[in-house]
Design a protein around this ligand. Sequence first.
Ligand SMILES: Nc1ncnc2c1ncn2[C@@H]1O[C@H](COP(=O)(O)OP(=O)(O)O)[C@@H](O)[C@H]1O
Ligand SMILES: O=P(O)(O)OC[C@H](O)CO
Length: 488
Amino acid sequence: MSETLLVIDEGTTSTRAMLFAADGKCIGSQAAELTQHYPAPGLVEHDAAEIWDRTFDCTKAMVEKAGGADKIAAIGITNQRETIVFWDKTTGEPLTPAIVWQDRRTAQMCRDLKAAGHEPTVQARTGLLLDPYFSGSKIGWAMANWPQLKEAGDRLAVGTIDSWLVFKLTGGLHVTDATNASRTALMAIGSGHWDDGLIDLFDAPRAALPEIVDCAGKYGETTLFGAPIPICGMAGDQQAATIGQACLDPGDTKATFGTGAFVLTQYGAKQPTSKNRLLATIAWQLGGRRAYALEGSVFVAGSLIQWLRDSLKLIATAQDTEGLARSVADNAGVYLVPALSGLGAPWWEAEARGSISGLSFTATRAHVVRAALEAMAHQAHDLKTAFAADGADWKTLRIDGGMVANDWMAQDLADMLDLAVERPAFAETTALGAAMLAGVGCGLFKDLQAASAMRGEIATFEPDMMDDTRQTRLNGWENAVKSVVASA
Ligand SMILES: Nc1ncnc2c1ncn2[C@@H]1O[C@H](COP(=O)(O)OP(=O)(O)O)[C@@H](O)[C@H]1O
Ligand SMILES: O=P(O)(O)OC[C@H](O)CO
């Protein structure tokens, strides 16, 4: 049997296909950018047809690189979560733009549902909060505002990106994995089934929803690339990174700094309940058994660096941030609160907007850029406090994502969190986690523990900061957050 695993990693800003050997070595990668559509302030859309076309091209390139479809043991899929696609089951064509996880169009709907007292029920059943981030309100909004969806009748299919890609790859299979389903606000995470009460609350079309399946197994196969290739692994990208970082034991914690930043602490078989506005989510489901995680979702991380580059033109490339941060001794009192699309955990203030404060004539471009990078550790510190209050103390933090190539930022995280921060030499942990799941699903590995041998070398950043320096920073951050968040 071939031991090569092909991963499709469909992220917010790009889609890629990668090839992995069973020892975790990455033997090929092909990526393509995705167009971000911003039709109005707060609205973010993708073209699902473009997502499929780019994904198909990247996958085809990797099948060719492997030497043909028969050289591939299995496909694993991982994806941006919560983003919702509507398509026609008979034509396989999207019926509307995809509404992206960052989209805030349902802020009012969520406020109204909250005012009507629904949040405690939503939180108890789904582990989530009433926020436009999750798919449920997006689905309800689309059903009410895009008439072609009701007109499609029983031809209508709804799903997150995993569902959409599996449908296209297999030519009709309509499934979603439990981790992606756990982000819709329509699934009861205790049972792993769609919840009729939540479906009614958001006015979602029950018959158009996919079947919920495990994160590993033989779901179906694709014949689009010559010989059939089985699809054997599926998980949302943050859950896949949790697996790729081998966070398999309760307490193990990872933080991914990509477009946003997402911290997940492995919780084991018991469903967590947060009293500190963190999320309870499914880490994976295997053999019908669920492992849970506590999650802190931060909406703006790498996108802040892109904004400094593209809108403020303070830097030419994201890499420039490291040299600029190092070029000054401290932040000169400048703090940046990156609430450019509201604040996520632990504040959940959809209406909050960003700030740069503490400016004096001493402040330079380097101080503002440094303040932007420091904001990552400040946000992580807020999460660490919230996780600890929920009984989940971090012992170390395993980091990944595009931003952590920045050594200065990795060290600042260790310093501000006062924790050892571990960075794998191979940073594509999301894809690695999907490869591990596909390996389990096709029988290459007996379980995730065995698959975790795919994880490679780790570099450790040890904390090296005086307590009073850390405290000064935290005080400055707290004041800056208070000025943009009513509840702080
Ligand atoms: N050296 C760097 N320092 C800071 N940020 C960086 C650096 N390199 C890349 N980034 C940021 O990382 C992000 C890309 O990370 P990635 O994990 O690929 O994102 P996603 O999976 O969300 O599309 C970009 O927003 C970019 O600005
Ligand atoms: O595509 P990413 O890596 O920014 O991840 C997006 C998250 O899944 C949103 O919840």
